[in-house]
Design a protein around this ligand. Structure first.
Ligand SMILES: NC(=[NH2+])NCCC[C@H](N)C(=O)O
Length: 282
């Protein structure tokens, strides 16, 4: 079995975990998908498979080996592999999903990792979408009290602090679901962030760490416009629908792979949520 390690959000992605959308459907678990359900029919299996394939192609084009978690019929959100486990420099950490509709995802992820976790979340709740292992020595954990609560965030932060890391626990409103709806890294010195919403203290802290932000307006962030995945080497995966942001990223000299992911962003998750990096090269 491989020893998975990730020590940044921006190192060259060599291995990544995804889960095909065979059983995906929208269920009302967050503000974003509730809005979707009010105005749309469930997406077709064919359309979902086609969009997911675009994502997988982008990941492979970026040089990553794509590993597949077998989907289960009773777990429609397994496709968002970001949330059930997060890989750290010391190995994978098993999260503790908050929603009853998603808790069963622990079973498949335990099997995938053959139960070899560095740590297992056991206090409160902890979801991978709230965790950014930003760069060696620095991480941030969002604590909305919803998907990740203070107890869950502090337990995770404690494990990294014990290794000498600086970990910021960042409170934000539950309305925004996960911190990765408001903030993601593009390159070691560049992030995308919803400045309308994030605490100015957080932005100043980023700046102190040499990280500049491209601003994404509230409306775009709620359409998962901030939810990008860095591939390393100046490349990112960002959904086709994020046209304004993608132009801004290209203007920064980045190469943007832009799969159409509209059916998944309508459920509350984009490229960052649909992927769990297993290995990055620093
Ligand atoms: N890391 C993320 N932002 N994940 C998105 C998860 C969306 C999913 N529909 C849920 O409600 O749980």
């Amino acid at each position: 079995m491989a020893d998975w390690t990730v020590s940044s959000e921006t190192g060259a992605l060599t291995d990544v975990l995804v889960c095909p959308p065979d059983h995906y459907r929208w269920i009302p678990t967050n503000t974003i998908v509730r809005r979707t359900l009010a105005g749309a029919q469930q997406p077709s299996a064919m359309a979902l498979a086609a969009q997911h394939k675009e994502l997988v192609h982008a990941l492979r084009q970026g040089g990553a080996q794509v590993h597949v978690l077998p989907p289960e019929p009773h777990l429609p959100y397994m496709v968002y592999t970001r949330d059930s486990a997060v890989v750290t420099p010391w190995g994978p950490v098993l999260c503790q999903l908050e929603r009853p509709q998603r808790r069963g995802e622990y079973a498949g992820i335990i099997d995938f990792h053959a139960a070899r976790f560095w740590r297992k979340s056991s206090a409160g709740t902890l979801e991978g979408g709230d965790i950014h292992v930003m760069k060696p020595g620095v991480a941030v954990v969002g604590a909305s009290g919803g998907r990740t609560d203070l107890a869950g965030a502090e337990q995770f932060a404690g494990w990294l602090r014990a290794e000498g890391w600086e970990v910021r626990v960042e409170p934000f409103d539950e309305h925004f679901l996960h911190l990765d709806v408001l903030f993601c890294m593009a390159t070691p010195g560049l992030a995308v962030a919803c400045l309308d919403v994030l605490d100015p203290d957080f932005i100043a802290w980023l700046k102190g760490h040499g990280i500049r932000c491209i601003d994404v307006p509230y409306r775009d962030a709620m359409a998962l416009g901030c939810n990008i995945l860095a591939l390393g080497g100046g490349r990112v995966v960002s959904a086709r629908g994020s046209a304004g942001l993608n132009a801004a990223l290209r203007a920064e000299g980045l190469s943007v792979l832009d799969p159409d992911l509209s059916l998944f962003t309508a459920g509350g998750g984009g490229p960052h949520c649909l992927t769990c990096p297993l290995k990055r090269e620093e």
